[in-house]
Design a binder for this molecule. Structure first.
Ligand code: FEO
Length: 401
């Protein structure tokens, strides 16, 4: 895509990344892709706001060159130092040596550590303004969205908020950068929630603080550095982020995520009975095979739902490893305070439940119900599983008491 005008003299100069398989080397985006949105303000003074990952260097510089000479840039504004937005910085500094780097105080050592740059770097502070001659910018410190040095940049005339990771999502841009009539919102909202759960959820209290702070200013366009530019309805992505951030205290919707894994089908057969019990209550259920689904896709479900049911066998006297790996990821992502139930098969001595007791304590989840069974299930076992599902569904629907 060529550079795209958002407002007069304000351009999207970002890039789509369809090549990277794992965002942060961890989260799958092979099918979905991601965009690194960068913005050029072509006023009397010229500023670029956030950059791109190093694998897109040629494309990124070509895009800026469509609008202005790179060597003539006056400012490089770094809202956030993670290298998906700064990977091209070292080369940009060589191509635009007079451009001053503007960033928060906590970004300064990061600029030095990541890129060995310390000259012509200036700290901007909360509320500080920058007059570009025809366009005026204002900086807002928004720490931990997503790293401690993060800030956002606001263009006062068009009321555009360049929010970097905030209000962003996975999913490359599909021919149009704006939210609009033909936008596949289901795709972008799903990928924004996955991005939120994978990248931002740990910092939800900071997200709410930032949303509260930014409510003081009129925002006509949300221009994040991943995903859609929200020009038609910026309130939509703000409301979604607010709702997702509030899950940190509400612990999600009254719904249940079922995670299952099975070695020879015995735990899987029980899962059907548990699901039958859950469904009989009318509760919303989302199910994942934990051995065949990357945790990136399960985390959004866990984050947005109050209940978790895990079906997994004992494996060598411990919990089935794919289930253990996922719970470890959920703990690292601070997905705490869920109601939890467990079932699973064992071959000789059991052991999954022992390990689960420890993991659940670390996760700060509440074990509501659990049972395990030797080998295959009897009819009584299946009835027990169905009852577990029914009681668990009723508990979540009743508000957890
Ligand atoms: Fe998109 Fe935290 O970087």
């Amino acid at each position: 895509m060529p550079a795209i005008a958002i407002e007069p003299d304000i351009y999207w100069v970002g890039v789509n990344d369809h090549i990277t398989d794992l965002f942060e080397g961890l989260w799958p985006i092979t099918r979905e892709g991601v965009s690194y949105n960068s913005y050029l303000i072509n006023a009397d003074k010229k500023a670029v706001v956030d950059l791109a990952k190093s694998n897109k260097v040629d494309e990124f510089f070509d895009r800026i060159s469509e609008i202005t000479e790179i060597s003539g840039l006056d400012y490089i504004i770094l809202n956030h130092m993670e290298p998906d937005h700064t990977g091209v910085l070292k080369l940009l500094r060589e191509l635009a040596p007079k451009a001053e780097i503007l960033c928060s105080v906590k970004a300064v050592p990061m600029v030095k550590n990541f890129f060995k740059i310390s000259d012509n770097v200036r700290v901007v502070t909360d509320g500080e303004e920058l007059d570009l001659g025809g366009k005026k910018l204002k900086f807002y410190m928004t720490p931990f969205i997503h790293w401690p040095e993060t800030m956002m940049t606001y263009e006062t005339g068009s009321q555009i908020l360049f929010s970097c990771d905030g209000f962003g999502g996975f999913g490359s841009l599909q021919g149009d950068i704006f939210d609009g009539d033909y936008t596949d919102f289901e795709f972008y909202e799903k990928e924004a929630l996955r991005y939120y759960a994978n990248i931002v959820a740990s910092f939800s209290s900071q997200v709410l603080k930032a949303i509260n702070r930014l409510s003081e200013i009129p925002v006509s366009i949300i221009a994040p550095s991943h995903g859609l530019v929200w020009r038609n309805n910026p309130g939509r992505i703000i409301e979604l982020y607010k709702k997702w951030a509030e899950y940190a205290s509400s612990h999600g919707e009254p719904a249940v995520t079922v995670i299952y894994g099975s070695m020879y089908g015995n735990t899987l057969a029980m899962m059907d009975s548990v699901a039958q019990g859950l469904s009989s209550t009318g509760i919303s259920v989302e199910m994942f095979d934990v051995a065949r689904t990357h945790g990136s896709y399960i985390l959004p479900s866990i984050w947005s739902k109050q209940g978790v049911v895990l079906g997994a066998p004992t494996y060598e006297a411990r919990l089935f490893p794919p289930a253990a790996h996922f719970l470890d990821l959920a703990e690292r992502k601070r997905m705490g305070h869920k109601k939890f139930a467990y079932f699973g098969s064992y071959g000789w001595s059991g052991g999954a439940r022992r390990e689960l007791d420890q993991r659940i304590e670390s996760l700060k989840w509440e074990m509501v119900d659990a049972f395990d069974f030797a080998g295959g299930s009897t009819l009584d076992d299946f009835r027990k599983g169905e009852l577990l599902g029914k009681k668990f569904g009723e508990l979540i629907l009743s508000g957890g008491n």
